[in-house]
Design a protein around this ligand. Structure first.
Ligand code: ZN
Length: 292
């Protein structure tokens, strides 16, 4: 099952066509894109009987974030071996977690504002929580994941890294539009192996990131279990699972996103997002001044 947000309405997509969940279910489900995650298994059952013969073509210009208002977004740093090496850091013993604030979510084909000249790309697989997960074991964790989508953990590196410790990961990665996801949330059962998905990121025609999620240090079930022992994970919550090597900050010379760039983010079995950018300088208090 592939769930999309078509112009603010929850939809099911199949082969480039889509059905409105509320209409196809005769009102059994609402059109609210946030409401499908708590009733994921029920929707999957109903979806078998949906009739796609009069489904409409998907209009890409209408596609919004499939999870537009998650209550919690977790993100993981240094979760691929090669990326830990490029950052010059030892492999972590437990996941390194930060948050991306929910108002930073945007859709799969939006234009993102660049507040500075040091905004970086981080291609990631994103897990979307279905049934609430509280103190779940690793072996049971996939059953609490509704599906997977593609994400970019866009990162303003100056704010994230340059200040005195502790570093401002959560703010540097939460500017408006810095959490694009999409184009669809694809249910876990659609993947041959949900623990080994190919990802690739292309910046203005150059492939800058490529990996398989089989190389994750802490795979999705470990992340769900670990986080769920700290607090409940709620339907529609997002986990950005970490980025592979190749980010702009780790390159010599460094390569940050320019207003002329197009960023394409792909995942096997999910699809691709495409983002364009516009310069929109923002002043950050306490940055570049006297350190106050
Ligand atoms: Zn990241």
């Amino acid at each position: 099952m592939r769930v999309i947000n078509h112009g603010g309405r929850a939809g099911l997509e199949r082969a480039g066509r889509w059905l409105d969940v509320e209409i196809a279910s005769d009102g059994w489900f609402t059109h609210d894109p946030m409401a499908v995650y708590a009733r994921w298994d029920e929707l999957r059952e109903h979806a078998r009987e949906f009739d796609f013969s009069d489904a409409e073509p998907v209009d890409e210009t209408q596609l919004l974030a499939p999870v537009p208002q998650p209550r919690q977004i977790f993100a993981v740093g240094l979760n691929y071996r090669a990326h830990a090496a490029e950052s010059g850091l030892d492999l972590p013993e437990a996941p390194f977690i930060f948050t991306k604030f929910p108002a930073s979510v945007t859709g799969p084909y939006s234009t993102v504002e660049l507040p500075t000249k040091t905004v970086d790309f981080e291609l990631e697989l994103v897990a979307v929580i279905g049934a609430e997960a509280h103190r779940v074991e690793v072996a049971d964790a996939w059953s609490h994941v509704a599906g997977l989508t593609v994400g970019q953990d866009l990162s303003e590196r100056e704010l994230q890294l340059s200040g005195p410790a502790p570093q401002q990961f959560s703010l540097g990665k939460s500017y408006t539009g810095f959490s694009p996801i999409g184009p669809a949330v694809v249910s876990v059962d659609e993947f041959d192996d949900p623990d080994d998905i190919a990802l690739s990121g292309i910046l203005s025609g150059e492939e800058v990131q490529r990996t398989r999620t089989g190389d994750l240090i802490f795979p999705v079930p470990q992340l769900v279990s670990y986080l769920s022992h700290i607090l409940p994970l709620l339907p529609g919550d997002l986990i950005f699972t970490g980025t592979p090597s190749g980010v702009g900050w780790g390159r010599r010379p460094q390569r940050y996103i320019q207003p002329t760039d197009e960023l394409v983010s792909r995942a096997e079995g999910i699809g691709e997002m495409r983002h364009r950018f516009v310069s929109s300088p923002t002043r950050v208090l306490g940055q570049g001044g006297n350190g106050a």
